[in-house]
Write a protein that binds this ligand. Structure first.
Ligand code: ADP
Length: 271
């Protein structure tokens, strides 16, 4: 079976050339924006139903990792895909610049503390991957240190998977041109000014270095148990639908079920 959006899954051993991947692609959905928005409503409802069962069953753990260049839509993907779910069972964690305490520990420490427990879906807005992305590009640690991290990360994620965590990793792929337009909008529109961070400009200036770092990270850590999906993200409606469809499919595969009723409640009349 599988959703058509499964075409964005990176399989173990695949080469990833981000320059060659079309960030405008919308080949997994035949309708246009309007039809996609209607479809997204449906898929969101499916996710909500499945999430309630997952929470009630209290068995499966789900980790969703989102990585992207600035403006690609990490925040709005989280908002739009999980809109109908219950905050009791869905939690988001954002990983910005590490604190002094975090820096005093190994780099997996801060994310490991926030991996999901049974019945929970946890979403990482940035993640331990920053430690092979910004850290590599800005040379915050020596090359030999970041180079061995791919293996640590694969082992870490394998351990989580072995212990019952379903892992989905999304790279929201926007083009450099599209980012320019979105950053410009943040400068020009009063209601978007708050999103503009001058610190995003030096990151943009290193675009190619980031792409190389992403390519390596994705190639070296996409596994059967913890796959990466490279999602075309220039069209917002397509990006949301793609992530929603993949999440929904993964939850359906888990087949979460309501637990059996407590013994003896059949026919019970409450006074
Ligand atoms: P966002 O840009 O996602 O809205 P923030 O501006 O709060 O979030 O923080 C993100 C910044 O933190 C990014 O520039 C990112 O590269 C940086 N960052 C995240 N993890 C690390 C890390 N391990 N080491 C250094 N910088 C990091």
């Amino acid at each position: 079976m599988g959703t058509k959006f499964d075409r964005y899954r990176v399989r173990e051993g695949d080469k990833v050339d981000l320059c060659e991947i079309d960030a405008d692609d919308n080949s997994a959905f035949d309708g246009g924006k309007e039809a996609a928005t209607a479809k997204l409503d449906e898929v969101r409802d499916d996710i909500a139903v499945l999430q309630e069962r997952l929470y009630a069953e209290d068995k499966h753990k789900v980790l969703v990792v989102l990585q992207a260049m600035d403006t690609a839509g990490k925040d709005s993907t989280i908002r739009d895909v999980f809109k109908e779910t219950s905050p009791n069972g869905v939690h988001t964690f954002a990983f910005g610049r590490p604190s002094t305490e975090e820096l005093a520990h190994d780099y997996l420490w801060r994310t490991h503390q926030h991996t999901p427990g049974s019945g929970q879906i946890h979403i990482f807005n940035r993640s331990h991957y920053e430690d092979v992305l910004v850290v590599r590009v800005n040379e915050l640690v020596p090359e030999k240190t970041w180079k061995r991290r791919y293996e640590h990360i694969s082992n870490f994620e394998q351990m989580l998977a072995d212990e019952g965590t379903t892992i989905l990793k999304f790279f929201l792929n926007i083009s450099r041109d599209e980012q320019r337009e979105r950053l410009q909008e943040r400068v020009d529109l009063r209601e978007k000014n708050w999103k503009f961070d001058p610190g995003d400009l030096p990151v943009r200036a290193r675009w190619n270095d980031y792409m190389s770092a992403y390519e390596d990270a994705i190639e070296k850590t996409s596994t059967e148990q913890a796959p990466w999906f490279v999602i075309p993200a220039n069209r917002r409606w397509y990006r949301k639908l793609a992530v929603a469809e993949i999440v929904s499919e993964a939850l359906r595969d888990l087949d979460p079920r309501f637990p059996p009723p407590a013994a003896g409640i059949e026919g019970l009349v409450i006074e």
